[in-house]
Design a protein around this ligand. Structure first.
Ligand SMILES: *Cc1c(COP(=O)(O)O)cnc(C)c1O
Length: 474
């Protein structure tokens, strides 16, 4: 049976699905190329109004009485979204931790969609669930490499936000188990990601105790003062390895012993910095990470995966036990006893995409060396851009980059001008830069995640910024 007049097959899976998919994928690829060509830059020009008008004009009816057919719908909608995209594959799109995905990962994702394994029970994902277990263990070993006696493990999440939530939840449940209370005090740096605050709010905990981070990183002496204040109450210290604003890494080697002395738990949010572990040369920057009780790790930032590709890593599987949960239709006791793997405790979600499939393909295709080479390349690009900024009297550099983020501003410009420059580049469709407020001033943020960016692109970015400063404010 078919919904289409031409009688074409409806479904993507099975032995016949691929034949149905092939021409449609051809249409998608053509529309992607056409849309990117029509855009001709890192993002569409004209700002929100122009883009919204294009969307409304093209779509007109979201749910027409009679459908337009697969090929027309794919062509018009994909082309529309491509021409209106902020495309991180363009080297001038460098605003956020928004990476350009690898082609091979996106290709693998087609298979994930076609087969649609759902990771909440073995009978929906027989091979995918085992693959997920293997990949999680391997990435967990990367994080806890220095701890050979343990069996580190990880959960797949929708990203750093969910991983941080789970970390706070596990700390709360641990406090409940060992101390009888159901509360834990989150203690984090002023540089911590906003999702740490939301996690405390979501879980009904007191707002985090915020420790000053005067130089962009958590100050261990100030942490000690904060932990004095929480004495008697279970505490979870959240440190950051790669801040969203500047890529800075908290001094983990100093923080670990302070946390231990106060009997607190340590979570390290390495959503950005985690993949430095792939690189023999750069992994030393994360020294001390292995002392954490849990680690957030995100492969849709420095891992070149499409969203979502997050992980929460723990030193041993037993740490995940608070998430155990029973639903008779998914993991009945007798099924589990008879040997069907129980997957429900591997997430707070129920139906869940096999994001691990494209991660597994990527890790296998590139190997540790290949992943390291990409990470090293973007860090080297940041070094280069910082050097160019420093050597150019028209700009001021915030600091040498800790990872792949460069903060700078036009010399002599006020904060309002910095903000205006950023919005002007966005509205004209010329470049996407982020913004960060540090040391009391506003900076332009170039988050370099494009391993194919060339020195020319970096020079072009600086020229665009300079040209966007209004005359009279230069
Ligand atoms: C991006 C980021 C997060 C949030 O991750 P998502 O994948 O966007 O949910 C958390 N922490 C840090 C340090 C980040 O940079």
């Amino acid at each position: 049976m078919s919904a289409f007049a031409d009688g074409s097959c409806l479904l993507a899976g099975g032995a016949e699905g691929p034949a149905a998919l092939r021409p449609l994928l051809g249409d998608v690829l053509e529309a992607l190329a056409g849309g990117a060509g029509a855009r001709g830059g890192p993002l569409p020009s004209g700002g929100p109004e122009a883009v919204a008008a294009d969307v409304r004009r093209t779509v007109r009816e979201v749910l027409p009485e009679r459908g337009s057919g697969a090929r027309e719908a794919l062509d018009s909608v994909v082309r529309l979204v491509a021409r209106g995209a902020a495309d991180p594959a363009d080297p001038l799109c460098a605003g956020h931790l928004h990476c350009p995905p690898l082609a091979l990962s996106v290709a693998a994702d087609v298979a994930a969609g076609a087969l649609n394994p759902s990771m909440d029970s073995w009978d929906q994902a027989p091979a995918a669930s085992e693959l997920e277990a293997l990949v999680c263990r391997e990435l967990a070993r990367l994080v806890y490499e220095g701890a050979p006696d343990e069996e580190p493990d990880a959960l797949v999440t929708t990203g750093g936000t969910e991983a941080n939530q789970l970390a706070v939840l596990l700390a709360r449940e641990r406090a409940r188990m060992y101390r009888g209370g159901g509360a834990v005090r989150v203690v984090c740096g002023a540089n911590a990601h906003h999702s740490v605050h939301r996690a405390a709010w979501l879980l009904g905990l007191e707002a985090p105790l915020v420790v000053p981070a005067p130089r962009g990183v958590l100050d261990p002496a100030a942490l000690e003062v904060a932990l004095e204040q929480t004495r008697g109450e279970p505490a979870l210290v959240v440190a950051t390895a790669g801040t969203t604003d500047s890529g800075d890494v908290d001094p983990l080697l100093e923080i670990g012993p302070v946390v231990a002395r106060y009997g607190a738990r340590l979570h390290v949010d390495a959503a950005y910095g985690g993949p430095l572990l792939f690189s023999e040369r750069l992994r030393a920057r994360l020294a001390g990470l292995e002392r954490a009780d849990s680690v957030t790790f995100d492969l849709h930032k420095l891992g070149w995966q499409p969203v979502a590709a997050g992980l929460l890593v723990v030193p041993e599987t037993a740490a995940l036990r608070p998430l155990d949960h029973r639903a008779d239709y998914l993991n009945a006791g007798d099924d589990t006893e008879a040997g069907l793997p129980d997957l429900l405790g591997r997430s707070l979600r129920t139906s869940r995409r096999p994001d691990v499939l494209r991660i597994a393909v990527t890790l296998r295709a590139l190997g540790r060396e290949g992943m390291a080479a990409l990470v090293e390349r973007v860090c080297a690009a940041a070094e280069r851009l910082a050097g160019m900024v420093e050597a150019d009297g028209r700009f001021e550099l915030y600091a040498r980059p800790a990872m792949s983020t460069v903060l700078f501003r036009p010399a002599g410009a006020g904060d309002a001008t910095v903000a205006l420059v950023r919005r002007r580049l966005l509205a004209e469709g010329r470049a996407v830069l982020g913004r960060a407020e540090l040391r009391g001033r506003l900076w332009l943020k170039a988050t370099l995640l494009n391993p194919e960016a060339r020195p020319d692109d970096l020079a072009a970015l600086l020229k665009l910024v300079h040209d966007a400063v209004p005359e009279g404010r230069r």
